[in-house]
Design a protein around this ligand. Structure first.
Ligand code: URA
Length: 194
């Protein structure tokens, strides 16, 4: 078994925090194991916990649409993960200690997948990975350099579902990702929309 599968097994059996008591399924992540783009969200919701897969509910469908508009998909270009791997009850925000216990798993996933570009979806992902005091409204749309990788923070798709005015800035942010992907990975990358 390679290191990635060992990590998957370890995460799937984790009981390090109390979220393990209420989960139905661990949500390891989904997508291409050697993706050049990683999307990181907050944590599983109801449907993700039911299916053991990230971003399969309404916000996941919207994320897939945005990725598709950029010419990306989970199979070939993107791996999708979360700050915490188990659903917080009633979709509350993950607690600081839950995030702290879980974040080494995300670090290891990033190291093994080795993406050039990381897209942070929303405030919890931004605070969890980069800086607990960072504000998504301030830093979104600007590249952050983190451990030799380029990080693009943007709004969470669930925020877009609540506030359609955020569609435009999110699209601007994803257009920057497409340009960077062409620059760093594949200058021929095709996308119908940008
Ligand atoms: N929202 C997230 O942040 N992550 C998921 O996996 C699903 C919804």
């Amino acid at each position: 078994m390679d290191e990635f599968e060992v990590l998957r097994q370890e995460i799937n059996q984790c009981t390090k925090c109390s979220l393990s008591k209420t989960r139905n399924n661990v949500v390891f992540g989904d997508g291409f194991r050697n993706a050049e783009i990683m999307c990181i969200g907050e944590g599983p919701g109801y449907y993700e916990d039911q299916q053991g897969k990230p971003f399969v509910g309404k916000s996941g469908q919207l994320l897939d649409k945005i990725l598709e508009a950029c010419g990306f998909n989970r199979k070939e270009h993107v791996f999708i993960g979360n700050i915490v791997k188990c659903r917080p009850p009633n979709n509350r925000d993950p607690l600081p200690e839950e995030r702290e216990i879980c974040i080494p798993y995300l670090y290891k996933q990033i190291e093994l997948i080795d993406p050039k570009i990381i897209i942070l979806l929303g405030a919890t992902a931004l605070k969890g990975l980069i800086d607990p005091n960072a504000k998504i409204t301030k830093v979104r749309g600007e590249w952050i350099s983190w451990n030799n990788r380029l990080v693009m923070p943007t709004f969470h798709p669930s925020a877009l579902l609540r506030n359609t005015q955020l569609k435009k800035p999110v699209w601007e942010d994803f257009k920057k990702v497409v340009s960077k992907y062409r620059e760093l990975v594949n200058k021929e990358h095709y996308s119908a929309n940008c």
